[in-house]
Design a protein around this ligand. Structure first.
Ligand code: ZN
Ligand code: ZN
Length: 281
């Protein structure tokens, strides 16, 4: 289990929880408990909504606490003095497309192909995509699946919240209620509805873009870090040599496809990088 004491990451985690709890409160209190209270649709939507929220938070927690694929540190300190002397010269470990092991001068260890150093985690992460403040962790070989699940269920929650909100408005303004208590409740429901609408659209769009980025990086077989490095060097990314299904399975595991949507799935993640056994985690 890992947890970084990064203030920005901790703030983003708390903000995520606050936004999810607010969406749950508005839908349960101002939509289901008022508009749908006398119908079977009330409990149905209540269960569905909280099920999505449960899976979303479960995937989020696993993305936060899972080891993203930190490269183990050696048991004994290795001597890289010759590499330190060449610090300012172009070095082999700057290669990103390579299939060779390289040396991380910060961790002072050998690292497998496609591993990159994260300044926040202060470790090299296998197939590091990026360091994500929303999960206060790196997104790498072992937790990308949970991160994508978190994005997927967030998009689902935003779409569901938006649909229920719009349906509620249509129902509310289609019924001419006149008592003072009704008017007051209507005002508060409309105010919270607007808040939920803004939240759903803003975060929904943001997460859709992130999800698109993640899927593009899987199908292109190029992590976020590699994309940035290739662009800065004006290099072309190597074309993926594997079929799309194989690339997806590398991230989501080799179990049945329904397990790809379950953060509690115990299907062993693929260890794409074989590490020597003489290392200590
Ligand atoms: Zn490193
Ligand atoms: Zn990191």
């Amino acid at each position: 289990m890992v947890f970084h004491k990064d203030p920005c990451g901790i703030f983003c985690i708390l903000l995520t929880y606050a936004l999810v709890i607010y969406a749950d409160y508005v839908i349960m209190q101002h939509i289901i408990a008022t508009t749908l209270s006398g119908s079977l649709w009330g409990p149905f939507h209540g269960i569905m909504l909280n099920l999505i929220i449960f899976v979303l938070l479960y995937a989020h927690t696993r993305a936060v606490l899972s080891d993203p694929g930190a490269v183990p540190l050696p048991l004994t300190r290795l001597d890289f003095s010759d590499i330190h002397l060449q610090k300012n010269k172009p070095h082999k470990d700057k290669s990103v497309s390579g299939e060779d092991w390289t040396v991380c001068q910060r961790c002072e260890t050998y690292r497998p192909p496609r591993a990159h150093h994260c300044k926040v985690c202060r470790r090299c992460i296998r197939r590091m995509d990026h360091h994500c403040p929303w999960v206060n962790n790196c997104i790498g070989e072992l937790n990308q699946k949970y991160f994508i699940q978190f994005l997927f269920y967030t998009v689902l929650l935003c779409a569901y919240a938006l649909a229920l909100n719009i349906a509620n408005w249509i129902w509310m303004f289609g019924h001419g209620r006149t008592t003072n208590a009704d008017l007051l409740s209507k005002k508060s429901t409309v105010a919270h509805g607007i808040g939920l609408c803004i939240e759903s659209v803003l975060f929904g769009l943001f997460v859709v873009i992130m999800l698109y980025d993640q899927l593009s990086s899987i199908f292109g077989d190029e992590t976020g870090v590699e994309y940035t490095i290739h662009r800065s060097r004006k290099e072309r990314a190597p074309r993926p040599r594997k079929p799309k299904m194989a690339l997806l399975r590398e991230v989501f595991g080799y179990g049945p496809i329904y397990c790809w949507f379950l953060p509690c799935s115990s299907v062993v993640m693929t260890t794409r990088t074989v590490l020597p056994g003489s290392y200590d985690v």
